[in-house]
Design a protein around this ligand. Structure first.
Ligand code: ADP
Ligand code: MG
Length: 559
């Protein structure tokens, strides 16, 4: 037996670890399972290159609660550690064996999926345990080692009689952390952090019905067998090649990600890049309603199949945070503040890559099946319009597929719109006037009046549309948008038709004078020209600029 001092300069680092290392105590389990996964993947790598000659087999990781003994066990069948390795890797805080491994085998192991790299994960165990034991047997021909530490810098190290290869970590759960002895809490954590980790994780057993025998009689009672309860899917869809996946595979992975989500996604985008950064993932366009609702099922961020967070702010462009799905990248620095993240060059590249992939996908959907794309437009427009306003790169690309629907059910691109409207909807200065309605019901009579005059009316009803209109006007010469109930309509060049009014001039003046006593003159103007229209006896309009001012102040201005 040997004993010694853990090699850190601060006399007692444990209280510090407990308080400050991670704000979230629950992540200790993620860290320990990551280490168990690393130990298994390292062994896999060593056997594959012939450096370890042991049988790799079908290893799994087991998590076990001993409620009575107030202990939590994490057991793996990975490469294990010799006593010397325990001293080297465990006693040296902030020395990462994972990093050392990747450095040593950098030619062959860069795709091994090894997770750790700060050399601090193991010590997160002390956030919830007042004593930690490691019992470990290396794949090398050496006796097993037993390390014990009670949270002070003192540790003990002795030999153990463990004979099977691998490592068992035993946490003696502290009195303030007994929640981690509850089955439901541990299951919750496993599902949250480890659901897609690459090595099977066993947590208890469950009963599985045996197939009914062919000669079973009327009174046959289903028989069950006890099987390992594996909580994870080690081969999630995003780790596969897009060519190996069907539409149904993508949909079923969506259900796996969001078991409580019953709507089907509209379409998905498979992300897959390894240069100049590494990133895989699948993004889904969900059906979105018109209001920017708070999203419960968010995009999940993983590193090497370990869940990290569902706060992807700064990594995914803001307008795409309304999507769902997963992103997996070992290249996102996560132990840094969000503001640093936004300034990080790699992260900026990732965000640009995602924007590009999304616009490429939209464009190909548009090109391949325009009708289908038009049908989806209403469900995706809010994301796209928001993207056009907030991401210049996306705005550029969106010109190809952003659609402007009419009250007649047609969908124009901006170029098509210009071409269609040019002959009929210009004012005397040659400005193209795009008429639109923001509310088909409330502006019904105006729409009808405009249609009767032979004009086309768009339906632009998303909450941010006034900002988008401003931008389109600023970027397109001689293009003006006018809401169908605005005074602009009257500036359009009239068709040659004769206007027949049913009222005499005197009656008109009288009616107009009367209406103006009811309708404030400063805000609206009354027009009787529409008298000939079948649907509306007269029209009250509001100057376009006044309405926009009001709208901008309601949606918070800026674009
Ligand atoms: P990191 O994972 O970032 O390297 P950790 O503090 O999590 O740092 O772990 C330190 C080191 O201890 C690991 O790199 C590894 O060498 C060793 N280690 C921890 N857990 C195990 C385990 N279950 N099996 C084998 N080695 C382990
Ligand atoms: Mg680790």
């Amino acid at each position: 037996m040997s004993s010694g001092k853990i090699n850190v300069s601060v006399e007692n680092i444990f209280p510090l670890i407990k308080k400050f290392l991670y704000s979230d105590h629950e992540i200790f389990l993620r860290e320990l399972i990551s280490n168990a996964t690393d130990a298994t993947l390292k062994l896999k790598h060593l056997t594959s290159i012939g450096e370890a000659t042991v049988e790799y087999g079908d290893p799994m990781i087991e998590v076990k609660i001993d409620a009575e003994g107030k202990k939590l066990h994490i057991i793996d069948q990975g490469l294990g550690m010799t006593a010397d390795e325990v001293k080297k890797y465990i006693n040296q805080i902030a020395f990462s064996g994972a990093e050392e491994f990747l450095e040593k085998y950098k030619d062959t192991a860069k795709d091994s999926g090894v997770i750790g790299h700060f050399g601090l994960g193991f010590y997160s165990a002390f956030m919830v345990a007042n004593k930690v034991e490691i019992i470990t047997k290396s794949y090398k021909e050496e006796p097993a080692a037993h390390w014990t530490c009670d949270g002070s810098p003192e540790f003990t190290l002795e030999t153990a009689d463990k004979t099977d290869r691998g490592t068992e970590i035993i946490l003696h759960i502290a009195d303030d952390s007994t929640e981690f002895l509850e089955e439901s809490r541990i299951r919750e954590l496993l599902v949250k952090y480890n659901k897609f980790m690459p090595i099977p994780i066993k947590f208890g057993t469950r009963k599985e019905a045996l197939p009914k025998p062919e000669d079973a009689g009327e009174d046959y009672e289903t028989e069950y067998k006890e099987i390992d309860n594996i909580i994870n899917n080690p081969n999630p869809a995003w780790t596969k090649q897009p060519s190996d996946l069907t539409d149904e595979d993508y949909k079923s992975f969506y259900r796996e990600l969001y078991p409580m989500q019953f709507d089907e996604p509209l379409f998905n985008i498979h992300l897959n890049v390894d240069y100049p950064f590494n990133l895989t993932g699948i993004l889904y366009f969900p059906k979105l309603s018109n209001d920017l609702q708070i999203q419960k099922d968010k995009i999940q961020l993983y590193q090497n199949q370990v869940f990290v967070t569902d706060n992807v702010e700064g990594i995914v462009p803001e307008f795409l945070t309304m999507l769902k799905g997963v992103i997996d990248s070992p290249d996102i620095p996560l132990n840094v503040s969000r503001s640093y993240l936004q300034a990080d060059g790699n992260v900026k590249k990732i965000s640009n890559y995602i924007t590009r992939k999304v616009s490429d996908k939209l464009k190909s959907l548009f090109n391949e099946n325009r009708e289908d794309f038009e049908q989806k437009w209403n469900d995706i427009k809010i994301v796209l319009e928001y993207g056009m306003l907030s991401e210049p790169k996306f705005y550029e690309k969106a010109g190809d597929f952003a659609l402007y629907p009419t009250t007649e059910g047609k969908y124009y691109t901006l170029a098509e719109l210009k071409e269609t409207l040019a002959p009929t909807q210009t004012d005397k200065d040659g400005n193209l006037i795009v008429l639109y309605a923001s509310n088909q019901e409330m502006q019904h009579s105006y729409i009808e009046a405009a249609k009767e005059k032979g004009y086309e009316v768009l339906i632009l009803d998303s909450p941010i549309v006034s900002h988008l209109i401003q931008k389109l006007e600023a970027d397109n010469e001689k293009l003006t948008f006018a809401r169908v109930d605005a005074d602009h309509v009257e500036n359009l060049i009239k068709k040659e038709e004769e206007q027949i009014s049913r009222l005499s001039e005197g009656e008109k003046t009288k009616l107009k004078d009367y209406l103006e006593t009811v309708v404030p003159k400063e805000k609206y103007s009354v027009q009787l020209e529409a008298m000939d229209s079948k649907s509306a006896p007269f029209i009250i309009t509001q100057p376009e600029f006044m309405r926009r001012m009001k709208e901008m102040s309601q949606t918070g201005g800026g674009g």
